[in-house]
Design a protein. Structure first.
Length: 191
């Protein structure tokens, strides 16, 4: 008699198939593996989202081409026209045409007229003559600092850095003390 005929059917099936690592049940995700998987998914989504954002901005920058180079940055005095040439508008509603601003005697639009800028010795075509992140009007009118010196009080910090950190750009103390002293000075001089 054949040995396979003697064994019961269940025994025949069990002995003919040996367990392999592929057949073992998958182990459940541990909390650390779950966290790693979540981090990997977030990173992949962030990379994909960044790629889509980059592609979209490159595409929209290419579409707006000439208008973006004329509108942004630097000296805007060349964008101000004194001729009677009409402004043409762009037919694409997604792209806004730049609006020309009339020169009201303040070429750099910092709040000081060109005449005041000449008196102060500042550049009428540059909002921030000394490059300290405060425009010339703020320096002359609000903080009463020197619009030609990046660091009016000479303490090593630019006037803009001091204002940003609430320090007096004219000397020691913080900006609140400066504001109180300025109010007192104004009230004494207005009488």
């Amino acid at each position: 008699m054949n040995p396979s005929q003697v064994q019961p059917p269940a025994a025949r099936r069990a002995s003919s198939v040996a367990p392999t690592p592929e057949m073992e049940p998958a182990s459940p995700l541990t909390p650390s593996r779950r966290a790693l998987l979540l981090i990997a998914v977030v990173v992949v989504l962030a990379v994909l989202g960044g790629g889509v954002y980059w592609w979209y901005t490159q595409r929209s920058d290419a579409a707006s081409g000439a208008t973006s180079s004329n509108v942004s940055g630097g000296n805007t005095s060349s964008a101000v026209a004194t001729t009677d040439t009409p402004v043409t508008t762009v037919s694409d509603p997604a792209v806004e045409a730049p609006t020309l601003i009339e020169n009201d005697g303040d070429a750099d639009n910092d709040g000081l007229s060109d005449e005041e800028e000449t008196k102060q010795g500042t550049d009428p075509n540059n909002q921030d003559t000394d490059g300290d992140k405060l425009n010339d009007w703020e320096e002359v009118t609000v903080y009463q600092t020197d619009p030609q010196k990046k660091d009016t009080d000479g303490d090593g910090f630019s006037d803009g850095e001091e204002v940003l950190s609430q320090h007096n750009p004219n000397g020691s103390g913080d900006l609140r003390d400066f504001a109180a002293a300025l109010e007192q000075f104004d009230s004494q001089n207005s009488q």
